[in-house]
Design a protein around this ligand. Sequence first.
Ligand code: TH1
Length: 807
Amino acid sequence: MNKIEFKKKFSRRLAEKFAMDVADASPDELYQTLGSLMTSEYSQSWQQTWKDYREAEQKQAYYFSIEFLPGKMLKSNLLNMGWLEMVSEGLAELGIHLNDLAEVEPDMALGNGGLGRLASCFMDSIASTGLPGNGNGIRYEYGLFKQRFVDNYQVELPDEWLQKGNLWEVRKESKAVDVRIGGDVYLSPDEYGNLTPIYQDGMLLRAVPYDTGMVGYKNDIVNTMRLWSVEIPPEEEDRYRSIEDRRAVEDLTSVLYPDDSSEAGRKLRLSQEYFFVSAGVQSILRYYKQLKKPMDKINQYIAIHINDTHPAMCVAEFMRLLIDDEKLGWERAWNLTQEVMSYTNHTIMAEALEKWSIGMMKSVCPRIYQIIEEIDRRFVEEMTGVHDFDLIQRTRIIQCDQVHMAHLAIIGSHSTNGVAKLHSDLLKSVVLQDFYRIYPARFNNKTNGIAMRRWTQLANPTMSKVLDDTIGDSWREQPKNLRLLLNYEEDNQVLEALASAKLENKKRLASYIKEHCNIEVNPHAIFDVQIKRLHAYKRQLLNLLHIIKLYLDLKEDPEQAIEPRVFIFGAKAAPSYHYAKSVIKVINEAASLINQDTTIKDKLKIVFLENYNVSLAERIIPAADVSEQISLASKEASGTSNMKLMLNGAVTIATLDGANVEIRDAVGDENIAIFGLTESEVYQYYENKNYSATNIYKENANVHKVVKALIDGTIPNIFAEGQEIFDSLIKYNDEFFVLRDFEDYCLAQESINEAYKDKRRWQKISLNNIAHAGRFSSDSTVQRYAEDIWQIEPVFAHEDDRGVIQH
Ligand code: TH1
């Protein structure tokens, strides 16, 4: 479509939909109109993609994830369709700003943080590399809560993202399946003497899929993200007459659990997990049966990926369908299951390793429990005599009344991967070492990646323009070509151009901050950014303690020559995570104190932006100078904001944790500020049990001064919270070694301060970071999953007999 056609079609569609002229329409009506033009344009490719996969009988991958976090889709779909420029210009000629329309779209926030955002980056990359892969998840009525600050406390408001409808989704009632939750099951011999399950009571629920097109980058491929919503089947209406009964059903796909890295521990969560697992696996089998291939070959056509343990019941559900419905024998079904399934572990935090009590599992999905019991029994039987008794007891699925979901996922699949080199090594050597002894060949690493297009072309058009002018635009397709920038390391003009793009982005963020927080910040100050969920192991507290140190030092000597800094935070705390909420309160109170203190002459500012989400990330990241990646070594499996920030030219201050290690390897020690304990030093402390936070507090004057400020009234209004945090450090011996890393962190921060003073040196470091970010493209990551784990290929890799490449 060209611009003239577009303008004509746009005006016509607006008239059809709303009987209006452009001049009279609201941004929302204009957004709806543009969206409907886009979906009708790509739906043909969507249909065609599906047909091509089917005709080519391609093996397909299904990415099961309890979270997806796509953010806004308007501009990314425009970009991938190759329409962005044309539409933006066409609209401008009609007197409309594309950005005004984009603002109207609510963020699709069906995820908490890194895990969900990774799933969405993968969806983009799978489509963009032409791979036959689909998403499978839950269509939550309410996404992650909206965060507001009241009296500097976090309060949570519901995220009613569906209120005005969702124009990207298509309800596919004809593809609904039924899912049974609860009740009893017993086995009874059928006419041939085979045991078949007889179900009693429980709820039979309808799972209705809503499909969203995942538009590939300029390749006419549109894959599907399928999200399931619960409904009462019309024939069961009679059983759900009371409001309570109906509510019990609707709750199932009502809210996303706002707990990041901690198990919700609730029956509803387990029911959600079984619901989307069962619906997804059933619909995959229904599709497979349409292919009319023998069940024995399903492993050649289907790959199912278990994203963290939440969908681990895929293993048992797949077994259930193969043995109960398809009447396969156990052994055959089991071999197929293992070949179809693969699993990614995203964390070593103990509280996130899901375990469910037997009682609860029996009450939610009794047949699944029976199958897990049998898998467990056979595992023990198979391992007996091969491995020692203790190892078997530690690795079995059912232990002391609990079902270990990670064990189910590892035993029931052919691949277990971590999400960064260090993390994958820790899985082998520590966290899952028992399993590594049993199944060494199953373990592998797939370092996370990010959808480069969103984090450069969409989020940072100013920098993208400089890149085009300097190295041409091949980096847009091939992020590795960002390396070409290295040829301009000494080129003042390029360094200046990058610096002025950064300054422009900082000015834009500064005006957002002025508008939303009423805080004046100096765009020439260092913008120092920590954006991620609030969690003790991520150590926002370490950042805060350093700020307090700077503040106290400035109070003593206001003439100190430090570069002005703006510390920017974005973080949601799980509503039930008391400590994390206290950290938010203390940061906010420190901000109130410091921002209003005129004696320090604007050298320090703290900005805690409310409601951090994908859209806010797109505003903050292009404006960042410093990227804070300061988790305790070994605790952050990968991190992905670290990649997004370096890509946008921020300089990383980091511990050797997660993917920071690979970032250091990519840019070299001179282009990153590394500090703190290493993972092996952390483990040594665990082993020797010789860490004493109190000793550091007593012996180190700097630490003492700063920690005391939490309880001595220096910061007003934090009586309880300051004490709580103080106690976490001193009374409970500082679980995440904040005090141990404090001095080293301060030194690293000083080196950042020094480097920033030398503008040219800073610009070179920044350029180096951009140039080396290409290796973290999720396009490459998903290609490695495709080759090593899923064994799927792009559809256009197949040529037909005439040598024509099929699309
Ligand atoms: C995150 C990890 O903490 C982070 O390091 C990683 O980059 C990201 O996943 C993507 O791999 C996790 N998020 C969750 C969320 C839940 C449970 C476990 C994890 S690990 C609900």
